[in-house]
Design a protein around this ligand. Sequence first.
Ligand SMILES: *Cc1c(COP(=O)(O)O)cnc(C)c1O
Length: 395
Amino acid sequence: MSKNWKPATQLVHAGTQRSQFGETSEALYLTQGFVYESAEAAEARFNGEEEGYVYSRYANPTVSMFEERMCALEGAEAALGTASGMGAISAALMCQVKAGDHVVSARALFGSCRWVVEKLMPQYGVESTLVDGTDLEAWKAAIRPNTKILFLESPTNPTLELVDVAAVAQLAKEIDAKLVVDNVFATPLYQKPLELGADIVVYSATKHIDGQGRCLGGVVLSSEEWIKESLFDYFRHTGPSLSPFNAWVLLKGLETLPLRVAQQTANATRLADQLADASHVKRIIYPGRDDHPQADIAKKQMSAGSTLVAFELEGGKPAAFAFENALEIVKVSNNLGDAKSLITHPATTTHKNLSDEDRAELGISDGMMRLSCGLEDTDDLMGDIAKALELSSKV
Ligand SMILES: *Cc1c(COP(=O)(O)O)cnc(C)c1O
């Protein structure tokens, strides 16, 4: 497999392992186990003297193809596919800590990630500190002698705030901690955390990688050494494994990822401009616009904006609900990265479990909405948004 191939080529070909039948499309190995030529062969396989598959909780050929294709895209040495994004993130965090360790995390996180850091880890004696991820001094101040992991997501959900990945990676190196980056919102096409100095990258493949709303999946990518030494035993004995069927769907998703993300980004760019021009839109947050509060960081670490747009309407919850209810093409849903455009009101859905203060701290007001742009025709989407803007302005 050529390392010099550009992403679009890698995403169609990388990792393909053809069976003796020479099939064009990737084979789906829907099997739990594997049989051996002899008792001696089984012994050799278990001793690690002979390469090969043993049990699909550890590894499976279709899952391996997905992992290899993700490695080629990310520029990573090794990867493990998981059953969901949270399977990837919880395994990447929990596998490398023990009681007495400390984790520092940006506080603007996907809800379940925040639960793992804030609630689950302390139950096992791992202390955590949440900081404003955009403030490098806050990261520094939170460091302790026992800090083992720094964790962040950029752009963040749902306010599309950016964290300077290279700066936090530098800090992690200085204190010999590992930086874990949840790169879902940037997609593997627009941001390369490993090149920016991160140690581990995690994805919910449920989002842009499937991109057509079908199945859950996730992946952890890092150095071969870290995957082998830190993650593999945890992974194979706790079982967050990706199903071969879902791996096969995700492989097909990867083939069209650049086309889909490009169209979603083109739609997001146009819709962000349309929303910015509307009189009762208080604030628009899009990393591809010059008025993003951290446009300099966007230019430094991202090669394009995002497929998501966040915005705030005057008129709070009533206006936001009127806007959502007026939409015909854009569907009300908390998912993202789908072929279908989806909109969510974080304050009453994904972030409703946070206290009022925590929500205020994150900038999630009652008028804020998050729009995930899909693959529909741009003019149709703009017509849908125009109608919703008009109706919600009368509330
Ligand atoms: C969706 C998402 C997750 C969780 O992924 P699942 O596949 O739903 O488990 C984690 N982080 C971010 C940023 C996400 O958007």
